[in-house]
Design a protein around this ligand. Structure first.
Ligand code: KIV
Length: 295
């Protein structure tokens, strides 16, 4: 894509993104883009490009060195959300509710989610279907917009026996469709569909009025989400089949850092343009200065 085409598509996206705009876009068939951001740098890179920024609990495995998301705490999420929110993104800002912050009671759930809104989030996301209806109802009742998340929900990875595609048998497939409708009926603004067969995601998208945002759920969703570091090739090791990487960010950044280290070792950095100078009249005095003898 040329620079001119890129600027054009960026300009077109500048309509302020709200929950009702997302629903209108679904009706109009305009596909929604969502990616993660965990700090101010990634938020500033993503904000002019995408419609929705998710401060995902994937921060745990992407940035904090955990193997999965259950170890991510509310305090960690608050820390990363605050960094992203300080950049005042124009994209809709969604914060992921980490494991055990929306399970214990409606009061606890409202307090945790309300804290995200007070820190600048526009909405929260939580994993699970019919089991979560009570908590979703409590949040919506307090005017807290909620995005659902169904299918391969990473917080349930132990129960699922690993990162496995979900909804491949009749019971699971029909339960997922029911769950999606429960979430819609309870007032969710949209639902993320992760790691499910494309036909199942397509049926959910056709039968729901709220948008579906797919990740490993095929092309017939109302939009797509991928983790920022996956798109930019910044994650190492195994990548899921559904991840398309658009640059080898890891290697590009290492090459740039290596050029700097080579310049330091050869004395080429810093040069005069990278340095501050004394005023001319002080230079001789400083150059001729000697330490006074210690007593
Ligand atoms: O935490 C996350 O990044 C997510 C997306 C993958 C949907 O939940």
């Amino acid at each position: 894509m040329s620079e001119c085409q890129l600027n054009h598509s960026v300009d077109q996206l500048r309509e302020e993104v709200t929950t009702s705009v997302l629903q209108r876009w679904k009706r109009e068939g305009r596909l929604i883009t969502m990616t993660t951001a965990y700090d101010a740098v990634s938020a500033r890179i993503a904000d002019p490009i995408v419609d929705v920024i998710l401060v995902g609990d994937s921060v745990g495995n992407v940035c904090l060195g955990f193997d999965n998301t259950p170890p991510v705490s509310l305090a960690m999420m608050n820390h990363h959300l605050e960094a992203v929110a300080r950049t005042r993104p124009q994209a809709l800002l969604v914060a992921d509710m980490p494991f055990l912050t929306f399970h214990l009671s409606p009061e606890d759930t409202i307090r945790n989610a309300g804290g995200f809104l007070q820190r600048g989030a526009d909405a929260v996301k939580l994993e699970g279907g019919a089991k979560r209806v009570e908590m979703v109802r409590a949040l919506v009742g307090c005017e807290i917009p909620v995005m659902g998340h169904l299918g391969l929900t990473p917080q349930s990875v132990s129960l699922m026996g690993g990162f496995k595609v979900q909804g491949r048998n009749a019971d699971d497939a029909l339960r997922l469709l029911d769950d999606a409708h429960h979430l819609q009926d309870t007032g969710c603004l949209a639902v993320v569909l992760e790691g499910i067969p494309a036909e199942l995601a397509a049926r959910a998208t056709e039968t729901l009025t709220i948008p579906t945002i797919g990740i490993g759920a095929g092309p017939k969703c109302s939009g797509q989400v991928l983790v920022f570091h996956d798109v930019l090739g910044l994650t190492e090791g195994h990548r899921a089949k559904f991840v398309r990487t658009y640059t080898d960010g890891f290697q590009l950044l290492q090459e740039a850092l290596e050029r700097w280290a080579v310049d330091v070792r050869s004395g080429a950095f810093p040069a005069s343009q990278d340095s501050y100078r004394l005023p001319e009249e002080l230079r001789d005095a400083v150059a001729n200065w000697l330490p006074s003898r210690s007593i």
